[in-house]
Design a protein around this ligand. Sequence first.
Ligand code: FE2
Ligand code: FE2
Length: 254
Amino acid sequence: MDFFTNILNAIGSGATAYILANRLRDPQTRPNTLAGFQLAESGAVPFLSNLAARASTEGDTWLAEKLTIHAADEKRHGQIFAHGLKQLGKQVMTFEERKQQSKKTEKPSPFFGKYYRDYDPASLKADKIDWQVFMASTYILELDASKDFARMARALPEHEPKSRNLQQSILSVAEDETRHAAYLYEAMQRRLSNTQVDALVAEWRKRKIDAMFAMVGNMFTAGDNSRSLVKDDAPTEIEQPAAASISIPLTSNN
Ligand SMILES: [Fe+2]
Ligand SMILES: [Fe+2]
């Protein structure tokens, strides 16, 4: 990263980390923030599982194994955020309920629009995505997510037990994201020269910075009209087996 890119990156990450940490600390915005994370983390699982299957078909068993672990981790992350929501008496709306809501308010994400500009969405699906594009773009996202999650966890109040539990869980999520970034970097190194890896990483770093500014700029111009993703938890509903069997790690030595 050159000096100027470095400065922009620091400003952009500082702004997004600040916004996210504030949203998580504020009891008003905490449920929606957790719901957003739950959806993002669980939403990645089918994509990663399909990529694992593709890597295996293509004969790259090393990558297939890493992707399988990655998918399982993201599934667990989704459960951690779901558990955090449940502790607040909330749960994520069903797909149908969200679809109803989004008819009114949803616009395409300015972040991902900018990050994956020049790529048509069909070319980013698991069966088509260029491996280098997947590895480099996901490497940058995972690396930054690990730092963002660690910062957000520290923003949670430590004196209430529920929020302390959530803090520990989010710190364990941050550690997993660091591990994901590390294997993705190694995956690039297995296929490319160091110079090629550097160039690829620099390109996606630049894209990430542009995407962060697009997102933050959009928040300032359009205001933060993010739609609600949560509803009250219904205690009379039958517990889903997945939710009942969540074990939230309280230690971070995984
Ligand atoms: Fe994750
Ligand atoms: Fe991850």
